[in-house]
Structures are given as C-alpha cells and as structure tokens.
Design a protein around this ligand. Structure first.
Ligand code: FE
Length: 141
C-alpha cells in the first residue's frame, strides 16, 4: 500500500503504491505510526479523484468526481484527531493534460504513476470538535 522512511525526528518520506487510493493509505499510515497531529505535503499523479467544495451559506458540500490522468501539483493538509480517530484535512491542486488546474478538498484519489509525500508528526495530540455555527469540524485548541 505504501513504503516509508523516517528521515529526521518526526518526519517521514512516504511513497504510496501505484493504483492505491491516496486518502485511505494516508489514514492507514497515520494510524499505524500513531500520528495524532501533523502536516502533509506532496506531489504525484492520479487517474481519478473526488474533490469537495464546502458552501458556508448552506453548510453543505458539493462533491465532484474527475476520471482522467492528472498531476498532483500540490497536496497540502493536516492531521488531527476526532473522537479517537485519525482526521485528515486535505486540499489538492490537480493539473489536467491541457495544464489547467482543478482544486478542492481531496476526498479520494487513485495513484497512477507515483505519489510522493512528506508527513511530519508534531508528536502531540490536536483534537477537532464540530462547530455548528460554521458547520465544520474545527481545531479544539
Ligand atoms: Fe478545508
């Protein structure tokens, strides 16, 4: 599913396997390494992705699936915990074959090529809690 190497302190280089689902693999990695807060950045290539847009006015989501070869120009996110589970908040910019870009929350994506990430473990726990006034699971700091 993935390969990794710890490179310094709480920092890992992670390679997600070809044809694997990125978000599920990342969640599994965080669970297996016991990472309760941290940050994620990466690049790669995918053949399919589901992006999510949050509409504050309605506190609702719109999800869209894209089935084509795309570059992960930038994957950026954070790791926290909610009700004992790993919680990933991931944003992505995807480059299309005409070099235009799509962007949004990353819900899922299938690697087609490579997916190379750096995961930093903050070594502490950061929790989330639902804020009904915003409609989002926000940091509980
Ligand atoms: Fe977000």
């Amino acid at each position: 599913m993935y390969r990794f190497r710890q490179v310094a302190g709480g920092r890992y280089v992670v390679s997600i396997g070809n044809h694997e689902e990125v978000v599920g693999a990342l969640a599994k990695f965080c669970e297996e390494m016991g990472i309760a807060s941290g940050s994620i950045s990466g690049i790669g290539a995918v053949s399919e992705a589901v992006l999510r847009f949050f509409e504050p006015r309605t506190k609702d989501y719109a999800d869209k699936r894209f089935s084509e070869q795309m570059e992960i120009a930038n994957l950026m996110g954070n790791i926290s915990s909610m009700q004992g589970n790993v919680y990933l908040h991931l944003h992505v910019t995807l480059g299309r074959s005409d070099c235009s870009a799509l962007a949004g929350h990353l819900l899922s994506a299938c690697v087609n090529g490579a997916c190379e990430l750096v995961v930093e473990d903050f070594g502490t726990k950061v929790e989330r809690v639902y804020d009904p006034s915003i409609g989002l699971n926000c940091y509980d700091l």
